[in-house]
Structures are given as C-alpha cells and as structure tokens.
Design a protein around this ligand. Structure first.
Ligand SMILES: NC(=O)c1ccc[n+]([C@@H]2O[C@H](COP(=O)([O-])OP(=O)(O)OC[C@H]3O[C@@H](n4cnc5c(N)ncnc54)[C@H](O)[C@@H]3O)[C@@H](O)[C@H]2O)c1
Length: 347
C-alpha cells in the first residue's frame, strides 16, 4: 500500500470542488484541507472525509501538513499562492493559466525545479481521450501536412470580473494546439473587442503561425447563443473535426480534400467519414491521477509547468498584439519580451 497523499485545495468556487472530489476519490489520497477566503464558500464545502479541515485563510494550507496544494482561485492570485506553496515545500497544481505573465510563470517553473517539487498546470484538455485520439492521428501522419486548424470555444458567459475572454478560454485551445502539434507558434495576432463591458474583450480571434507553415485560428467568446467547443484540422490528406459537445461522435475523420491536378484545375476527393471508438474517461480524473503519480514518482506530469509557460507565452504575445492594434507579434522562445513587427506579414 502506498503512503497516503494529503491534498489541500485553495479556492472553492466553480472548479475547486470538481478537482477536490476527483483527488479525494483516488486510491491512497485524500483532501484534508480546503481554504477559501469567502466564508460562505467555506460553509458550502462537503467532502466525505471526516478529518477534513476548513479555513478562510489560504496560508493555513501552506503551513499545514498537506503534501500538495491545488490552487483553484482567480488567475491574478496564482503566482503569489503558488510561490508561497512551493517555498513551503508543497507540490502544486495551479489552475490554468499558470500565471497572468510570462516572467512569473518562468520564475515558478525554475523555483519548482530547484526545489525538486512537482508544479503542474490544469490543462485539462490534454487529458481528454478525444484530444489524445486527434493527437495520435496527427502524429501518425494520418492527416498529411496540416494546412490549418480552427478552434471555437463559444458560449453565453461565463463573464468573469478578474480577467478577459482571451486569458480565460484561449489557454484551453493553445494547450490543445501545443500538445497536438508538438510545435509552438512563432507569431500571433489578435482582433478582440468587448461587447458588454468595453474594453474588456468578450469576443476574440487569435491567429497563429507555425514554423512548419501550419496556421491556426482560435475564436473564443463569452457572447454567443450556443455552446460550441470544436477543433477542425485541415490536412492535405484528411480532415478531422473534434466536437467536445457531441459525446457520441466526438472525433470525425473526413477522407476528403482538394488537389490541384493541372493548375488552375482543382479536383475534389469525397471519401468515407470515420468515427473512431474512443474509450471515454473523465479528463479531470486522469489529470488528478497524473498529479498524484508525478508526486510519487518524481517524474514530470503531462501538463508540466513548462507547458504552462508555453501557453502563457502565447497569451502574452496576444496581449501585446492587442496593445499594438492587432499587429503580428513574434513569439520568441528565448526571451521573455516578445518583439513586435507591425508591417511584416508572417511566413
Ligand atoms: N481546467 C478547467 O477546465 C477550468 C474550468 C474552470 C475554471 N478553471 C480555472 O480555475 C480557477 C478558478 O476558477 P473558478 O471558475 O472556480 O472561479 P470562481 O470565481 O468560481 O472561484 C474562485 C474561488 O477562489 C476564492 N478566492 C479568491 N481569491 C482567493 C485567495 N487569495 N485565497 C483563497 N481563496 C480565494 C473565491 O472566494 C472563490 O470562491 C481559474 O484559474 C480558472 O481559469 C479551470
């Protein structure tokens, strides 16, 4: 039998309870402390563990005997809480995005590595069996060369007070793209606007360019009548649609395409649509298992803090592009500060 891992959860809003229930149900693991600065949220905590301690002081989670801390609080609080937790010797799972700026994301990553602690980020979709199916198809070359990818993450709300739609929703799509392509974008530009509470964007379009020539377009919105969570990949051999809202047919592979046979003639291929069987498991459950295993084995989790840094790097470039009226921004992996090129069109 393994030694029991004790987890503290900071933040009992929408997402904290979901992580806590998953961690608490793992073998040889228990959530032993929950902290939220809002007493009403603390009063709403219910978990089966009779020894559970509750607090309105997040510092209590850091001074207690927990082995690891989950930070499920607004993004502006991630850096301070994660840093304090690491300095107190705790392994940490921070919700996405890792931080609200690149320098702090890098600092936390270096601190965790120096202290030999697990620092993981809540990129839940990297644990989705459907995303992993798409990734396998891409990596096996089933789609051929990827021309472009479109992602849509749209719904009415949830409007957040502490952040904008780019920092709230796009981390999911950027992490899916980074994870699926094994390539990080080299340039980004953004068109975003706030319909309801200008200037805070509630609708945004992010264009990304990759060194391989692939292009991606991310559309995120809090101002849309229906829930859309779709990723469409266009390859020169096949096309794939991953629709997270369609459990029966989450991934569809289209054996279709277009070719230039004799310029300017275009010929079309319309082949079968294949729907692979996907063994479904709850992504959050898999994420929590990975966190516990990473702590026990001392190996990096899939959604390591380095993947968190990579996502924040793109978010920061998007933010820079907004400040520069939608100019293309180079995403420089070597430096913290992204360079801006107003005129240059991407390759
Ligand atoms: N991985 C996912 O799919 C996913 C889904 C939803 C939210 N999230 C992330 O989870 C985090 C929390 O989101 P949410 O929807 O639960 O937000 P929320 O506003 O519903 O809850 C946040 C909670 O944190 C508490 N809090 C704020 N500052 C605190 C502090 N300094 N110390 C202790 N408690 C504090 C608040 O009182 C509140 O109860 C965000 O980073 C968000 O991006 C991730």
């Amino acid at each position: 039998m393994e030694t029991e891992l004790r987890f503290g959860v900071i933040g009992w809003g929408y997402w904290g309870p979901k992580i806590a229930r998953n961690l608490d149900s793992l073998p040889d693991a228990a959530v032993t402390l929950v902290a939220d600065m809002d007493p009403n949220r603390v009063a709403s905590v219910s978990l089966p563990n009779p020894a559970l301690r509750l607090s309105v002081d997040p510092a209590e989670a850091l001074t207690s005997d927990v082995d690891a801390v989950v930070i499920a609080t607004p993004v502006r609080t991630h850096y301070q809480l994660a840093k304090q937790a690491l300095l107190a010797g705790k392994h940490v799972l921070v919700e996405k995005p890792l931080t609200d700026n690149l320098a702090q994301a890098e600092e936390l990553t270096e601190l965790a590595e120096r202290m030999g602690l697990t620092l993981m980020v809540g990129h839940t979709f990297e644990y989705s069996p459907a995303v992993n199916e798409v990734r396998s198809l891409v990596r096996a070359g089933e789609l051929g060369r990827i021309y472009c990818i479109e992602t849509e993450r749209l719904n009415l709300g949830l409007f957040r007070n502490d952040t904008d739609v780019i920092w709230d929703l796009a981390p999911h799509d950027i992490s899916i793209l980074n994870y699926t392509l094994a390539e990080e974008p080299i340039q980004a530009r953004v068109s975003a606007h706030g319909n309801l509470r200008s200037p805070i964007p509630d609708n945004a379009h992010i264009d990304l360019v990759y060194a391989s020539g692939t292009r991606a377009h991310i559309h995120v919105s809090w101002m849309h009548p229906t829930k859309v969570r779709r990723v469409t990949l266009i390859g020169d051999q096949r096309m794939v649609v991953y629709d997270d809202t369609n459990p029966a047919e989450m991934v569809r592979i289209f054996n279709s395409g277009a070719d230039v046979s004799a310029d300017p003639e275009v010929s079309y291929r319309f082949g079968a649509i294949t729907i692979p069987h996907i063994e479904w498991m709850e992504p959050l459950r898999l994420e929590c298992e990975d966190f516990a295993n990473a702590i026990r084995l001392g190996t990096p989790p899939r959604a390591s803090s380095r993947t968190g840094v990579a996502v924040v790097r793109v978010l920061e470039a998007a933010q820079e592009s907004r400040r520069e009226d939608g100019a293309w921004v180079a995403i420089d992996r070597a430096t913290v500060k992204a360079g801006v090129s107003r005129e240059t069109e991407p390759r």
